[in-house]
Design a binder for this molecule. Sequence first.
Ligand code: HEC
Length: 193
Amino acid sequence: MSDGDRDRLLPHAQDGIEEYDNPLPGWWVWIFWVTIVFSLGYWAYYQLGPGPSVVAVYEAEMREAAARRPAAPTVGAVSDQALLALQKSAGALAKGKEIFAGKCMPCHGDRGQGTVGPNLTDDYWVHGGRPGEIYRTITEGVPEKGMVPWKTQLSPDEIAAVTAYIGTLRGTSPPNPKPPEGQQVAADGSPLR
Ligand code: HEC
């Protein structure tokens, strides 16, 4: 393209000011149109088509991050460590003992030896013997077997307290124990093979 072609004088003038016709370079105009076409496709893919929404991408990333996190030793909402630590709190144990005497004794015996419900002092557990598992059993209950889901009557703190109290009953060998039920588990609650 010669200068003569580019700088053609346009046929109007304003107060003696004249204007050249300087067309935009072809490559620039090309890119301009390509971006417009691209934006239409992009918009259609994400708004109308199968493109994931911002929220879906965020949730997928959060799931990935959660999967990468090392598995916390929790069952349900409360960690084994927190419940074990609670076994050292005199206040929590007193509260747990009171709850046990008031609500659990009729089926589990005054010392946890078991009557209608299983023995809670031995190493055998139907629903898992880790503190978190015991917490979950108390919370959700086993309604079809007559064990109440205590979350309707006890707060999470109260359930934690009674879980801690049950932890202290283990190995106490009270008289007239109910025979073992379920699986034998180690002191840390892991299954024995
Ligand atoms: C109406 C009777 C009843 C009452 C009251 C009751 N339980 Fe139970 N509980 C049961 C029965 C029955 C089972 C056995 C469920 C099964 O075999 O699946 C059980 C199971 C359990 C287990 C699981 C034992 C295992 O081997 O896995 C725990 C822990 C427990 N109860 C704690 C409690 C606590 C704490 C309370 C009081 C807040 C309580 N229970 C009150 C009847 C009762």
